[in-house]
Design a protein around this ligand. Structure first.
Ligand SMILES: NC(=O)c1ccc[n+]([C@@H]2O[C@H](COP(=O)([O-])OP(=O)(O)OC[C@H]3O[C@@H](n4cnc5c(N)ncnc54)[C@H](O)[C@@H]3O)[C@@H](O)[C@H]2O)c1
Length: 314
């Protein structure tokens, strides 16, 4: 089976490609435009294992410039992860990049997929589409994003749905809740916290640190994502992918201090605009449709992320 993965050099995309390639009958076409030039070394590190696999073909190209029809030739499943992530940077003039990469590029891929005999087009979305909700959130809860990032990803979901209705593209939407673990993006909280504590530098917390997140370990999330490939009855569905444990930011810092045996110096700054206070996924649907059962504890996942950061060159 030939699968196209967009965003293949990213944090999640690179793990997904590795996991897919463990199955001998799968070939992966990885596409990534290395959108942030400052992160080229990170992307190369993410791709290192993959590039030595003869069943992996990599195309370093922006979706908006790629010959997508040719890349889709013979492809049975698309995983669309390529996006401009991050809530903080989605305000102001930077929003243009979110429109380009999250909306326009998605529409171009869907347009190219018209008429292709795809079995599934799996769109990776985010808990940021929900906005502020109380308690566990189910997939039928009305999306009310708080950030331009959330708006751009929700627009991607709507584009998928209109292409499904009018052109029969077999859409599956997975909404991920905050991922962590090895290769986590350097702008994300745990990565910044671990580096700061290791280097004895102050770490910045937005707000009072009491905000909670449903943290999903990368390998659990990838298991669910691969399960969507084989699962029946998922076309047209939207499915939450959350983790095993929720925690507040302050609880995570305490855990990191214990694991690293060093005290953190914390600088509290203004609460981020666009960030909900709490996120909490109801994963009953993922359990029943994907047989999903997240097994990684926060502590063991953090240990693995610490080891990964310590192994980084420089
Ligand atoms: N990391 C999380 O906690 C999280 C949570 C919810 C949802 N998501 C979603 O998961 C997906 C992957 O996120 P990530 O954290 O791995 O981000 P990432 O930045 O590590 O990976 C995204 C990749 O997409 C590539 N890309 C972006 N625009 C492109 C374009 N136009 N053409 C080609 N390549 C392009 C980038 O170069 C990058 O390597 C995104 O869709 C994101 O919205 C992530």
């Amino acid at each position: 089976m030939k699968i196209l993965v967009t965003g293949a050099a990213g944090f999640i995309g690179s793990y997904l490609c590795e996991r897919l390639l463990e199955k001998e009958d799968i070939k992966v076409i990885g596409l990534d435009g290395f959108i942030n030039p400052a992160l080229i070394l990170t992307k190369q590190r993410n791709l290192k294992l993959l590039l030595s696999n003869p069943r992996f073909q990599f195309h370093q190209v922006d979706l908006r410039q790629a010959d997508l029809r040719r890349l889709l030739d013979g492809v049975e499943v698309v995983y669309h992860l390529a996006a401009m992530p991050g809530v903080r940077t989605s305000w102001g003039t930077d929003f243009k990049s979110y429109v380009d990469h999250n909306i326009l590029a998605t529409q171009m891929l869907l347009e190219a997929a018209r008429g292709c005999p795809l079995k599934k087009f799996i769109y990776i979305s985010t808990s940021s589409v929900y906005g502020e909700k109380i308690g566990k959130v189910t997939e039928d809860s009305i999306p009310t994003p708080l950030s331009p990032y959330g708006v751009s990803k929700l627009t991607g979901e709507y584009l998928c749905k209109v292409y499904q209705v009018s052109y029969g593209i077999p859409i599956v939407i997975l909404r991920y809740f905050t991922l962590f673990g090895p290769r986590q993006r350097s702008d994300m909280a745990f990565h910044r916290f671990i580096k700061g504590i290791l280097q004895g530098e102050p770490i910045q917390i937005f707000g009072d640190g009491k905000q909670t997140r449903d943290f999903t370990f990368i390998r659990d999330c990838v298991e669910a994502t691969v399960a969507a490939l084989y699962a029946e009855g998922v076309i047209g569905e939207t499915i939450n992918i959350g983790g095993r444990e929720r925690a507040s930011i302050l609880e995570v810092i305490t855990m990191l201090e214990d694991l690293l045996k060093k005290k953190a110096t914390i600088e509290f700054t203004e609460r981020l605009k666009g960030d909900p206070l709490d996120t909490w996924a109801d994963i009953s649907k993922a359990k029943s449709l994907l047989n999903y059962n997240p097994t990684s504890s926060l502590k063991s996942g953090l240990e693995q992320q610490i080891n990964d950061i310590c192994d980084m060159p420089g």
